[in-house]
Structure formats: C-alpha cells, structure tokens
Design a binder for this molecule. Structure first.
Ligand code: DC
Length: 220
C-alpha cells in the first residue's frame, strides 16, 4: 500500500511524513533523496551526461529509513549527509528534469513499495509515479514561512546562511520543478490539500494521520 505527499520545497512534507511513519509504524520513502543521489553521481561524472548515465546504471543504490533519517548508500558507502550539501541542492532540479533520471528513480521506488505499507513524499508521486495511490496529500505553505522553516533546519550546519538566500533557492527550485516538461510539481486532482502556513507541526501530522487511519481501517 502506498500513501503519497507531494508539495514544494520546505512545505513540511519530509518531517511530516517521517513523524507519520513513526506514529503509524509504516515505512518512509524520500524520493527527493534519490534525485539528490543521482545528482551526486552527476557531479562525480563532472556533468558529462554519457559518463553519468553509465555510472547511474552501474552503481548500486540502496536505502532504508531508521531513527528519523532516510539513509542512502551508493555501492555500500553512505551518502546520507553528502546528498544534503549546497552543491547538490543547487544542481538537483537540473538533474531531476532529465526524463531518464525520472524513470530510473521511479523504477527504484515502484520496486520497493511492492511489499509493506509506505508513506512517500516528493513532487510528482500522486500524478506520475503512483497515480493509483490509496491516499494522496498535497502540502503547501507561503514562501516566507517555508524559507523560515528551512533556515532553522539548515542553520545548524551552515551558520552563515541567511533567510534571503534560502528564499531565493526555494523560489528558484519551485519555478524549475513546476515548469519543467517531465512530470512537473503539480497537485493531483484527487489529492487532499493541506496548507500548513498557519498549522503547527502537531496539527498537520494529526490531520494526515486521521485520514490514513480511516483508510487502514477500511483495508483491515
Ligand atoms: O525534497 P527535496 O528538496 O529533497 O528534493 C530535491 C529535488 O528533487 C527537488 O528540487 C526536485 C526533485 N524532486 C523531483 O523532481 N521529484 C520528486 N518526486 C522529488 C524530488
């Protein structure tokens, strides 16, 4: 069974999905982390597309969720922290716009959710990857609010970061992610929209959990 949350950067999808996975004891899948991993390989290939696609097909990408963290490894070596660097973040929208990368990541995800109950988050999960998902959510929030949340997450590792920089990065990514040709960021017609601008973290988690519990009851 698959439940999806889509939405723009900083809308709270990731922390919310992780809290839900813990509360309901289900699996968590972070599709953005897989695009970030592809981006790391792209940078390793010095942005040469031929080398990149060769490496992408050769390397073994594995992932699992544990202790509030989505862990990713390439050929057995952890890249969990490396995929969160500014360098990767700056290039990820460019790499995620490549149709071959999208089908590669989609296949990884579709294979893994065949077993168990998953909550997955991304940009196009309800529209392109899992159009038949049991339940779909689309999370949104004002740009200002999203930038503030991202800044407080990232400041620990990057004390010099400013609100303006984060705002600019998020706005640029939103634009690229929603204007690209291949599976753009878009709310699925049958997704439940959750605007989190004025909701506390607990409130947004409660709201989504309530809906999921109903579905779980129905399928028992
Ligand atoms: O959620 P995130 O910020 O880690 O995602 C990183 C990038 O990956 C994001 O800018 C767009 C891309 N992405 C995508 O194109 N489709 C998804 N389903 C998830 C992420």
């Amino acid at each position: 069974m698959i439940i999806v949350i889509d939405g723009p950067a900083g809308s709270g999808k990731s922390s919310t999905a992780r809290a839900i996975a813990d509360r309901l004891d289900i699996e968590y899948l972070d599709s953005g982390a897989l695009y970030r991993t592809a981006t790391l390989i792209y940078l390793e290939a010095n942005r040469d597309k031929e080398t990149f696609f060769r490496l992408l097909n050769q390397k073994n990408i594995s992932f699992y969720y544990e202790d509030q963290k989505f862990h990713v490894a390439v050929d057995g070596e952890s890249v969990t922290n490396k995929i969160r660097t500014g360098e990767v973040t700056k290039s990820v929208s460019e790499v995620a716009a490549l149709p071959r990368v999208r089908s590669f990541v989609n296949n990884l995800m579709r294979d893994v959710v065949l077993d168990g109950i998953y909550i997955a988050e991304g940009r196009d999960l309800g529209t392109a990857v899992f159009p038949d998902a049991e339940l779909k959510f689309f999370m949104s929030a004002d740009l200002e609010e999203r930038a503030k949340r991202r800044l407080s997450e990232r400041r620990k590792n990057n004390p010099g970061l400013t609100l303006e920089e984060v705002k600019q990065n998020i706005a640029e990514r939103d634009l690229k992610d929603s204007k690209r040709q291949a599976d753009p960021l878009k709310k699925a017609d049958d997704a439940i929209e959750i605007d989190t601008t004025n909701l506390s973290f607990e409130q947004q988690v409660d709201k989504i959990c309530l809906e999921i519990r109903e579905i779980l009851k129905e399928t028992e």
